[in-house]
Write a protein that binds this ligand. Structure first.
Ligand code: PEP
Length: 248
């Protein structure tokens, strides 16, 4: 069976005190359930100390495509490993649109993550304009092809893909379970044309305004294998309920 994975994306939220309270609430409530939190760089040590030995993993929201050197302000894959990270988000739509990350740069970051033994959570998804113009599949295919072209389809055996329609992120507008399932099936089908085994085993998360109230019907779709959760990952009860819905 494919692995189900819910990962929280805290974005640029949190403080030592708020994080401590959130982690203290979710850790016992999720005992035995595999889930993850992707946190701001300065809090990796705190999260590592709080979650070590639990069923929860942690990771970052970005990394440098460079291994080391004179790259002021950047954080390398090796640094993430120093703090016990398992996952790193690459290609989140906020990085693509606000920080100009191209498909090529995202693919380089994906490679850098895997080369270090981190599992990249590769985000793909279309904007509202693109959906309304009927090019959702072309956009998602282009984003996937950039990574497959550079890293090869076999690399997806050690990655997670997150389908995140940009119009659903932080907007309160969730893709319907049918809309999400259709794109997830497209992603799996596209990868299956290259490697059926990799496609079958690939965890494909849905992200975009997932909440406790809509998680169960999204997670019940055959090609949705968990979620990448923004806002709701900062609310303990919401995050716990979403993780439990995925684990069922
Ligand atoms: C995200 O940032 O990856 C995300 C899905 O955000 P939200 O859940 O807040 O829409």
């Amino acid at each position: 069976m494919r692995k189900k994975l819910v990962a929280g994306n805290w974005k640029m939220h949190g403080s030592l005190a708020d994080n401590a309270a959130l982690l203290a609430a979710i850790k016992p409530a999720l005992a035995g359930i595999e889930a993850a939190v992707c946190v701001p760089f300065p809090y990796l040590a705190q999260v590592q100390a709080a979650l070590a030995g639990s069923s929860l993993s942690w990771g970052a929201q970005n990394l440098s495509e460079q291994a080391k050197g004179a790259f002021t302000g950047e954080v390398s894959s090796a640094m993430l490993l120093d703090f016990g990270c398992t996952y790193v988000i690459v290609g989140h739509s906020e990085r693509r649109s606000l920080y100009g990350e191209s498909d090529e740069l995202v693919a380089k970051k994906y490679l850098a993550a895997q080369a270090a033994g981190l599992t990249p959570i590769l985000c793909v998804g279309e904007s509202l304009d693109e959906r309304e113009s009927g090019v959702t599949e072309q956009v998602v295919a282009r984003q996937l092809d950039a990574v497959i072209g550079m890293a090869g389809v076999a690399s997806l055996a050690k990655a997670v893909v997150a389908y995140e329609p940009v119009w659903a992120i932080g907007t309160g507008k969730t893709a319907s379970p049918e809309q999400a399932q259709a794109v997830h099936a497209f992603i799996r089908g596209k990868i299956a044309t290259l490697d059926a085994g990799v496609a079958e085993g690939l965890t494909i998360q849905y992200g975009g305004s997932v909440k406790a109230a809509n998680a169960a019907e999204l997670m019940a779709q055959p090609d949705i294998d968990g979620g990448l959760i923004g806002g709701a990952s900062l609310i303990a009860d919401e995050f716990v309920a979403i993780c439990r819905a995925a684990a069922q």
